[in-house]
Each structure stands twice: as C-alpha cells, then as structure tokens.
Design a protein. Structure first.
Length: 143
C-alpha cells in the first residue's frame, strides 16, 4: 500500500521543524547534527531538505545530497509515525522519481546496528555495495 506523502521543501524558516525531527530520540540515536546543520541543509546548492507530511501533519524529513548524477539520502521518520509504511512510500517515490530531481542512482549509508533501516533498504531493492566505519552503504540504480 502506497501512502500519500506531501514533500515540502524546507528553507531557513522551517528550522523549528528540522529541529523537531532531529531531536526525536529514535532519529538522534543514529543521526547526529552539528550546530551549522540547518544552514547546511537549507542554504547549500547541492542539498535539499524536505519535510514529510501526511494529512497536514509533519511525520519526518528527507535529506537529499546531490553528487554528480546520484543522490545520497537520509530518511527520518518521527517515532510516533514509524512502522506505518511511510519510509517505504518515500523510497517508492524516490525510485519512481516523483519529485523530478536530476539523478540516476540513489545511495544511502546506514549504521550497521540500525537493523530496521537495513531491512527497509534491502526489502526495497537496494544493493549492499560496501561496509566501512560501522556503515553499510547501499545503492539503487534507476536505469
């Protein structure tokens, strides 16, 4: 079942929502942010940060870093909305490129102890291509 997700491109005016996502304990456990993180994700030319909304409610975030013809992604789902299929729907949208972004490959790096996320990407057709520094690196080719 595909869940309808609304993707809102965040800018500096959404800083409080970005902090709301990244202070969720289940997200902060795996993704640490620095003091200049909000500036990085809202002002860098090669980065887009989308708020994920379901029925008008903020349920998470999607960070997309552009490198040549590929994107590196991070999907963050707020704890109260986990295990509802939201991340799977985001991956489906990325694989179908419903956001019309310029890429041919999706990359993601996941901490090896984050079993739920590892299974998410494995079950959605991503291929493990490398492991280093306690990170598993997966990719998905759109071609």
């Amino acid at each position: 079942m595909h869940i309808k997700i609304d993707y809102i491109l965040f800018d500096h005016s959404n800083a409080i929502d970005i902090l709301k996502i990244h202070t969720d304990s289940t997200i902060a456990e795996y993704i640490n942010i620095s003091s200049n993180f909000i500036r990085y994700v809202t002002e860098s030319n090669d980065v887009k940060y989308f708020g994920l909304y379901m029925n008008g409610i903020l349920v998470g975030g999607l960070q997309v870093d552009f490198v040549d013809d590929q994107i590196n992604i991070a999907i963050m789902i707020i704890q109260n909305f986990q295990k509802m299929g939201i991340a799977t729907s985001v991956l489906t949208d990325l694989k179908d490129n419903t956001l019309n972004l310029p890429y041919k490959k999706i990359n993601v790096s996941i901490e090896s102890k984050n079993k739920v996320s590892l299974l998410l990407f494995e079950h959605n057709g991503f291929t493990l291509v490398d492991s280093k520094d306690n990170l598993n690196i997966y990719e998905y080719n759109l071609d």
